[in-house]
Design a protein around this ligand. Structure first.
Ligand code: FE2
Length: 422
């Protein structure tokens, strides 16, 4: 008779609890699921791994990335002004040269980079303003190709606006018919305020018609009169779509006067929509028309979080016309978020870790498959750290990435050897 009980036991895990405390436990994995969690599992397994009290958490969630434009920085030219609008112009040229193979190659390279850094869930926006829908077709293929190791959601994003050209609305609807997870928009980029409001209403109609989520690039501008967030929140309340709705960026919120911001906050609380801030990108894109003082350009993350609204952080761009840097690391994103949003209190730093894990999972509606809980898929990461604070401070190496109970990626931390201090 065999003594085998489990396929794998991870010993001495410093498991992050919902309370943000950690405790040392063993985690047993069987049939790709979490089979047991206990301070000492008295059983044998095909394989055991001693994690030596390293931090174990659910995987990172990349809630906002643009895979179609990633790795194109400098093509056909560099963004000299560093603004969103010059970025859109450069992308407008680059996207004329897209091929399915080009998009697939770059997207898979980024997804592998993300996975190696602990991301197993990713939501990408894809530009559907381009008549052949090449990028969308490519990313639908990519979603199928990577499905065993990356849960990829696709947002149909009308980068050039829904009403700027007659064909854009039919293109958006075709994209939804091809089977995306969410419909997007860019109301602040429409020709007029009226077109922007109309675009938000149109997005909600499409979401109801095609039963999909909503994730809108909303008020990504320093204009304190850009006020489409209130329209999104009102539509979310009236349609009842609430937590299936996400407002991404909302950078103008940082420029609103406080009297209006306070009124808006109450509406947002009622709406229960999700927010995604992208600190790496918006600290560089925004404030470009300011002399001094210069605005930070990132939405009111701390205040939204304090009001109990769901906020996550996204990387947004990696080496593209809007952001010429980026490593794919969600710890880099959280690290920047801590600084720009002044989330430096200990509970605030812990909250920033939630913004790249469980909060992102909530935005992506992953409740049934996310979290280190008995019975759920065994998706987890082992971080070279002893707390969330430590992980963000050091932007620690992700030592192991487990996907459905199997080791997907292993990274050995760099070792430094001093010869002499002279
Ligand atoms: Fe974006």
């Amino acid at each position: 008779m065999s003594n085998k009980n489990y396929e794998l036991i991870l010993r001495n895990c410093r498991l992050l609890q919902a309370t943000h405390k950690t405790e040392i436990v063993d985690i047993a994995i069987d049939d790709s699921k979490i089979a047991a969690i206990s301070p000492d599992i008295p059983a044998f397994a095909d394989q055991e791994l001693d994690l030596q009290e390293k931090l174990v958490t659910p995987p990172f969630v990349e809630s906002h990335i643009h895979l179609d434009s990633a790795l194109t920085a400098g093509e056909p030219r560099w963004n000299q002004s560093g603004t969103l609008f010059e970025g859109i112009e450069i992308w407008g040229n680059r996207k004329q040269k897209l091929t399915i193979e080009d998009v697939k190659k770059r997207a898979i390279e980024i997804l592998k980079l993300q996975a190696q850094k602990g991301v197993l869930f990713s939501r990408t926006h894809v530009d559907v303003s381009e008549p052949t829908l090449t990028a969308l077709q490519a990313l639908l293929e990519v979603k199928e190709t990577v499905k065993n190791w990356m849960n990829l959601q696709i947002v149909a994003f009308p980068q050039d606006g829904i009403y700027s050209q007659h064909e854009n609305l039919p293109l958006l609807e075709t994209a939804l018919q091809l089977g995306v997870d969410a419909v997007g928009g860019i109301p602040h980029y429409e020709f007029t305020r009226e077109d922007g409001v109309k675009s938000v209403h149109q997005i909600f109609e499409l979401a109801e018609k095609y039963d999909c989520s909503i994730d809108i690039h909303c008020d990504e501008i320093d204009d304190d009169q850009s006020r489409f967030l209130e329209v999104v929140a009102a539509c979310a309340i009236r349609t009842g779509l609430s937590n299936r709705v996400t407002a991404s960026h909302t950078t103008a919120f940082a420029s609103y006067n406080n009297a209006y911001a306070e009124k808006l906050m109450s509406l947002l609380e009622k709406s229960k929509i999700n927010f995604i801030a992208n600190p790496l990108i918006n600290i560089t894109l925004q404030g470009r028309t300011d002399i001094y003082p210069k605005r930070r350009g990132v939405t009111r993350v701390k205040e939204l979080w304090q009001r109990g609204l769901n906020v996550s952080f996204g990387h947004d761009c990696i080496l593209d016309p809007w952001y010429s840097l980026g490593t794919g690391s969600m710890l880099d994103v959280a690290y920047m978020g801590v600084h720009i949003c002044q989330m430096t209190g200990m509970t605030e730093i812990d909250a920033c870790y939630q913004m790249i894990t469980s909060n992102g999972a909530r935005t992506l509606n992953l409740a049934d498959r996310y979290g280190i809980v008995v019975g759920k898929p065994a998706n987890l990461i082992v971080v070279e750290a002893d707390s969330c604070f430590d992980a963000i401070r050091k932007r620690s190496t992700i030592k192991y990435v487990f996907n459905h109970g199997k080791l997907l990626a292993e990274t050995t931390p760099a070792k430094i050897k001093f010869s002499s201090f002279g």
